[in-house]
Design a protein around this ligand. Structure first.
Ligand code: NAD
Length: 360
């Protein structure tokens, strides 16, 4: 089978990671007689200079047409410049479910072993929704007046929307993932003791959805986000699938990536009812741009999630074995996977991809 897939190269280290991943995915798909027709498009700071926007319309058009995309990381300047292209893509395409498996592979250096967690992060609401009012704007002043003394006059304001619709579909996505992948437990993570209305709504709807899935025998429980952080550091083996609103999901994704060896090995999928976009949890690591240095594993494992999404299960299984074998051997791996970061035997991004292709 030939698949039409949009390839968003990204910026910083994105293009080199995307190229390594493209080659690996072609080799994996070929083991099953399948192939890809890539529609290569540009988004991010580099294209901004010529196109005048970091997210040209042809990028969205291509993903809407192909329904599946693989994406390199894209830089978001802090506090200035354009709003996050990553967030805009998720919102524009309504990719509401961010699925981030965090799994230990033998050979990856970590204080923990045998971790197998999945973060399911809501992708379109919460403090990420971009409903913000700057200091001194009429809107900020209006909200401050409305709050009746609870907000200082010199505050900027971010709004946290959590809807029944948004919560219902993300919690359903978590339970569907549990059913499809034979998982045992879904934990909803919030701060409902403090945010009684928004996070309270999240728990209430999550409980309703859990009730609907009762016949599947999946356990459901709830943790406050601060306590969950401690639980994950002390007893990660007690948890399975964690579902939560956007901001907590952003933070716990990096925590869980840390449990399994860091951002270099943490993959992700952004899934909607219509399209899906696969990208690593990590960012553009711009200081390593063009050095053929950073670890392609996270993006390759995101590609593995894409193969599963395309129902290329046998190619996905072969790819997972090839990646885990290369990591376990510890020879053809990037600097971050060596015991000493200055190890001269570390290979580059492209060479690690070559080693995985050789295994395939
Ligand atoms: P980052 O993930 O880019 O890098 C932080 C550090 O993690 C790097 O300096 C590096 O030491 C390590 N690292 C990251 N990826 C690695 C890899 N593949 N191999 C080895 N080491 C790796 O985080 P940041 O510096 O906070 O963000 C840089 C830019 O990326 C920012 O503009 C941020 O907004 C953006 N970002 C984009 C995405 C995305 O595209 N989805 C996600 C997160 C951050």
């Amino acid at each position: 089978m030939e698949y039409n897939v949009t390839l968003i190269r990204g910026d910083g280290t994105g293009p080199e990671l995307v190229e390594a991943t493209r080659r690996v995915l072609e080799a994996a798909a070929a083991t099953n007689g399948s192939s890809f027709k890539w529609d290569v498009v540009e988004a991010g700071v580099d294209i901004m200079e010529t196109a005048g926007t970091p997210l040209p319309e042809n990028v969205l058009e291509s993903v809407r047409k192909n329904k599946v995309a693989l994406k390199g990381p894209i830089t978001t300047p802090i506090g200035t410049g354009f709003r996050s292209v990553n967030v805009a893509l998720r919102k524009e395409l309504d990719l509401y479910a961010c699925i981030r498996p965090c799994k230990s592979y033998v050979g990856v250096r970590s204080k923990y072993e045998k971790i197998d967690l999945v973060i399911v992060r809501e992708n379109t609401e919460d403090l990420y929704a971009g409903v913000e009012y700057d200091l001194g704007t009429p809107e900020a002043k209006q909200i401050i007046a409305m709050a009746g003394g609870k907000i200082r006059d010199d505050a900027a304001i971010s709004i946290k929307p959590i809807s029944v619709t948004g919560t219902r579909r993300i919690v359903k996505a978590a339970f569907d993932y549990a059913v499809e992948n034979g998982r045992k437990k879904v934990t909803a993570v919030c701060k409902a003791n403090i945010m009684k209305y928004t996070d309270g709504l999240f728990y209430r709807v999550a409980r309703e959805v859990a009730e609907e899935y009762k016949s599947h025998g999946i356990e459901y429980d709830e943790w406050l986000v601060d306590a969950m952080c401690m639980q994950l550091v002390q007893k990660p083996e007690n948890y399975d699938i964690l579902v939560m609103p956007n901001l907590y999901g952003d933070i716990l994704s990096d925590l869980c990536a840390g449990l399994v060896g860091g951002l270099g090995v943490a993959p992700g999928a952004n899934i909607g009812d219509d399209c899906a976009l696969f990208e690593a949890t990590h960012g553009s690591a711009p200081k390593y741009k063009g050095q053929n240095k950073v670890n392609p594993t996270a993006l390759i494992l995101s590609g593995l999630l894409m193969l599963k999404y395309l129902k290329e299960d046998s190619a996905a299984a072969k790819l997972e074995k090839a990646v885990s074998d290369v990591i376990a051997e510890g020879k053809s791996v990037t600097y971050d996977m060596k015991p000493d970061r200055n190890d001269p035997t570390a290979v580059g991004t492209a060479e690690m991809a070559d080693a995985i292709i050789a295994k395939l």
